[in-house]
Every structure is written in C-alpha cells, then in structure tokens.
Design a protein around this ligand. Structure first.
Ligand SMILES: [Zn+2]
Ligand SMILES: [Zn+2]
Ligand SMILES: [Zn+2]
Length: 254
C-alpha cells in the first residue's frame, strides 16, 4: 500500500503529512508549508529500510529505529502513536533522491538545496540551525507534480532580530505549487488582510511550478494579532490561486 499527501516543507525542508486538518508544527516557526508536489510513501514490507514513522505532534516523518526518538518541533521527542510503518527506498529508481536522515532530530529532510533548512534540535540555540546529512543513506521518494491545481498557503511568525536592539520582526513566508511552468514572466504575490495590503512582490516559479516568497516586516505592523488569517494570492499567465496565511505573533523571547 502507498499513502500520498506527504509534502516537502519549504521552511524547514522536512517531509510531513498534509492529510490532516492542521499542518503540524514547523521547527522554523508556525506550521509546515504545503506548497510542494505530492509525495507517496509505501507501507509494504520492502528490501530497504522500514521503521520510518509519522509523528502526530509535528506531522513529520522520522526514523524510529534508534534509541533516541529525536527532537520534535512540538517539544520533547517524536511520538510513534498512531503511525503506520513506512518503508523508504535507497537511491536508484524512479523518484526524487537526496532525501536524508538527520541524526540530530531523526527526521527526513531534502538535501538538494544550497542550505539544509531548519532542524528542531537547534531551535532557539545559537550557532548552526540546519539539518545534517552526516551518516545518512540517500533516500528516493515517489513524487507526483500536481500541475493545473495551483495551491497557495503561508505563515507569518514573529521572530527576534538577533542583532541589537533585538526588535521583533514579522517573517512572512508563502509557498505554492501547480503553477504553469511554460510561461515566461514573474508570479505576482500579494498578501492582504481585509482590504489592507500587508506585502507583495514578484517571484519566479521553479522548474516544476512551485514558488516560495518571503518578506520581513520590521517593526511588526500595528493591528497584527495571534491567530489572524490573511489571504495570499499568486497569479501568473492568467492562472490565479489564493490561500490562507496563518499568523502567529507569540512574543519571541530574547
Ligand atoms: Zn516545516
Ligand atoms: Zn514530532
Ligand atoms: Zn534535523
């Protein structure tokens, strides 16, 4: 059997399950972003490696075969309760490779970008905040690109600027997928709250019709509250999609 609706999160680079009403807890802050293609995992016994599990606390996939259960973005260690037993394939074969196990958090993340996302084992700590591929196999995941079904979603989180005078700022991240890939020009992104335009800009889609847009607002604009839900709209070549941007302005601690 296979289970789809697993997604790459463009904030933390981890793999997480998008089939539940909420988007879990992202180590980069807020919830995971659902803008990626559709990944499928198999639960049939296979030749490669089983005991990969879904964590109901953070929605992420992690390896449960070590004594340590890693570090969960929702706090404490990951929790196996309610999970199937997922079998990952080592590299070779159809799909997208360069998925790696992170020995710090036990999670699975995509290693094919210039940076390695955000690891929950380092949340709030100084120094390197990224996942590490040290000691990992090269895993290949089955990936379906969902063209023609454009989707947009995002988060806005208050974070503390590490430079004095330590003013909090608001980091807005919007991701999307399913946009046309054969149209030249930029994708227009706008984030609005009621009639008020919070942020806007132009970005390029990548080779599979995905985009990521981020903006930092400093200081945090007045009237921004925990639990607000804004609307993000992305448009290119006559294709428009809108989605929710979830706002978390929890007071960041120095
Ligand atoms: Zn994430
Ligand atoms: Zn977890
Ligand atoms: Zn990690």
């Amino acid at each position: 059997m296979t289970q789809d609706r697993w997604r790459f999160c463009s904030k933390c680079f981890g793999l997480w399950f998008s089939g539940n009403p909420d988007n879990g807890v992202c180590p980069a802050g807020g919830a995971h972003l659902a803008g990626s293609g559709n990944y499928s995992l198999q639960t049939d016994p296979g030749p490669d490696q089983d005991n990969w599990r879904w964590c109901h606390k953070c929605e992420g996939l992690y390896y449960n075969g070590n004594v340590a259960r890693g570090v969960c973005a929702a706090g404490g260690a990951h929790d196996v309760a309610g999970s199937g037993n997922y079998v990952l394939q080592f590299a070779a074969g159809a799909g997208q490779d360069n998925w790696r196990w992170c020995q710090q958090c036990q999670g699975l993340y995509f290693n094919g970008n210039p940076t390695n996302g955000v690891c929950p084992a380092w949340r709030g700590a100084p120094g390197d905040t990224q996942h590490t591929s040290a000691g990992s196999e090269n895993y290949t995941l089955s990936l379906t690109i969902e063209q023609g079904q454009p989707r947009v979603s995002g988060n806005a989180s208050a974070v503390l600027n590490p430079q004095p005078p330590l003013k909090p700022n608001l980091q807005i991240t919007v991701g999307g997928s399913g946009f046309p890939i054969n149209i030249s020009g930029h994708l227009d992104v706008a984030i609005v709250e009621g009639g008020r335009r919070i942020a806007s800009g132009k970005v390029d889609t990548n080779a599979v019709g995905e985009f990521n847009f981020s903006k930092t607002l400093e200081p945090i604009p007045p009237g921004v509250n925990d639990g607000d839900v804004w609307t993000a709209t992305a448009a290119i070549g006559g294709v428009t999609a809108s989605g929710d941007v979830f706002v978390a302005t929890f007071p960041p601690s120095p």
